[in-house]
Design a protein around this ligand. Structure first.
Ligand code: PRP
Ligand code: URA
Length: 208
């Protein structure tokens, strides 16, 4: 299965609070960050370690450290920025690559407006963050960009996924594992996830 739904009670409780109709901007923002932290913990569970010898207080000691180049976190603008600090709490020295995509409200196609990637992507794990995986168009476009830059190891962290989006990512990029707090029911005619969260970007930024 290409999606891992994180069933941890803290994850499910925070998601429940996020779904409340009258959730304030402040609360939505805080919960998004907290949820991102917990989801990132799961998504980084299988990072490769290597043994190193360091000088400890009583002499040489063998320790386990994360192998390879620092990973890159890839927020999809705008809403992905709401998850960034939560992920950075766990991997504070991660490099940040940014992708700007806006979903056209009529065609539902992602329209790119910005990209800035860190170097040496062929040697890094990329953790894409975006609260919502709806049609999957934005996620697939971001994975396409990362792969064009040579990235070979990619994971996606979302708060809520729709089956339609999971299917598209699975078809186009079966190597990319998705981590989510929920796999929801379906998309409505406007391409919103049901039951979903509504417009996550607007809720995080307080727009509309
Ligand atoms: C939302 C969301 C995802 C995208 C998901 O962003 O944050 O990026 O839509 O939809 P998809 O799976 O159908 O592509 P939006 O484009 O609304 O921009 P925003 O983050 O600026 O609000
Ligand atoms: N983008 C959102 O913010 N919410 C959805 O349900 C779908 C796309």
């Amino acid at each position: 299965m290409q999606i891992t739904v994180v069933e941890h009670p803290l994850v499910q409780h925070k998601l429940a609070l996020l779904r409340e109709e009258d959730v304030s901007t402040n609360k939505f923002r805080l919960l998004t960050e907290e949820l991102a932290r917990l989801l990132a913990y799961e998504a980084t569970r299988d990072l490769k370690l290597e043994t190193k010898t360091i000088q400890g207080w009583c002499g040489a000691v063998e320790v386990q450290k994360i192998k390879g180049k620092k990973l890159t976190v890839v927020p999809i603008l705008r809403a992905g920025l709401g998850m960034l600090n939560g992920v950075l709490d766990l991997v504070p020295s991660a490099k940040i690559s940014v992708v700007g995509l806006a979903r056209n409200e009529e065609t539902l196609q992602p329209e790119p407006y910005f990209e800035k990637f860190v170097g040496k992507l062929d040697d890094r794990l990329a953790l894409i963050i975006d609260p919502m995986l709806a049609t999957g168009g934005s996620m697939v476009a971001t994975i396409d960009m990362l792969k064009r830059k040579g990235c070979q190891q990619i994971k996606a962290i979302v708060m809520v996924a729709a089956p339609e989006g999971v299917k598209l990512v699975n078809e186009r990029h079966p190597d990319v594992q998705i981590y989510a707090a929920s796999l929801d029911s379906h998309l409505n005619e406007q391409g919103y996830i049901i039951p979903g969260l509504g417009d996550a970007g607007d809720k995080i930024f307080g727009t509309k």
